[in-house]
Design a protein around this ligand. Structure first.
Ligand code: 6PG
Length: 262
């Protein structure tokens, strides 16, 4: 690990597969602790390509029997204004890939209502759902985030007004360079109430964004993921060596150890 990423919050892995395994283990620990404490676990999931191998892993028979899927309350970090049938829909994709195969009760899956023409109303509705189901302030037990190569996370994009300090939990957002621009996103405020936040970031395309976010000066308007700092929770960045921009032999013994079998 290079000095500028020598950060206690970083869990550096030799491969993307190891990063996925570590993320699955963190999710398992958070979910099991929450179910033991409160009888259910509230998680918020992200879309994008990076977590797909994680969702595939979690849908394998080994993981199906390892997590209390019936006790999961599922929410989403962000969503595009597309129907669930679209491959761009985070809710629809995660539903098909993970939630249906693992039998999560549909009454416990809380989709962002992006099919509504009233996107501001949809943001208020999802905010009300969070408060109704999770209390005030609503605290997720586990939030899984990704990192865009421009430094965005969830749908918190560089230069956007949604980055301004706010009491709002959910806001409409515009993805400046994406085909489907209209989004709904959890705000940094909502994410920072969480008990645990994990970024899963793999691949060399993320290297500059990782360094700008973790090792550069504090400029959240340029690197929105810098806004994510849970006030009373833990934050972990799970990176493979490609995303960290370091050689495989930079991984120290502790983090290079093979994790317990998945
Ligand atoms: C989404 C996200 C978004 C994602 C990043 C990284 O739905 O797209 O929630 O914030 O995590 O864009 O996406 P990739 O994993 O595809 O690089």
């Amino acid at each position: 690990m290079t000095d500028d990423l020598d950060d206690a919050r970083v869990l550096l892995c030799r491969t993307a597969t190891e990063a996925v395994n570590r993320t699955a283990q963190k999710l398992e620990a958070a979910v099991c602790a929450a179910v033991a404490a409160r009888g259910h676990a509230a998680i918020a999931l992200s879309g994008g390509s990076t977590p797909r191998p994680l969702y595939d892993l979690l849908a394998t028979p080994a993981w199906k029997s390892r997590l209390p899927w019936q006790q999961l309350w599922v929410f989403f970090a962000d969503e595009r204004a597309v129907p669930h049938s679209s491959s761009e829909s985070n809710g629809g994709t995660i539903l098909r890939q993970l939630l249906v195969p693992n039998g999560v009760p549909m009454t416990q899956v809380n989709f962002m209502p992006t099919a509504s023409f009233d996107i501001a109303g949809a943001a208020s509705d999802y905010e009300a759902t969070l408060r109704k189901k999770l209390g005030d302030p609503p605290r997720f037990d586990f939030v899984l985030l990704g990192l865009g190569d421009d430094g965005h996370t969830a749908s918190l994009f560089p230069g956007s007004s949604v980055l301004a300090p706010t009491a709002r939990l959910v806001l409409p957002s515009i993805a400046p360079h994406a085909a489907t621009k209209q989004r709904l996103t959890l705000t940094a405020t909502a994410i920072n109430y969480a008990r645990e936040v994990v970024f899963l970031v793999t691949g060399a395309a993320k290297r500059d964004a990782v360094h700008g976010t973790l090792a550069g000066p504090d400029v959240p308007a340029r690197y929105p993921a810098q806004l994510i700092e849970p006030a009373d929770g833990t934050l972990t960045w799970i990176l493979d060596v490609a995303a960290a921009g370091v050689p495989p032999d930079a991984v120290g013994f502790a983090s290079a150890e093979t994790p317990p079998a998945a």
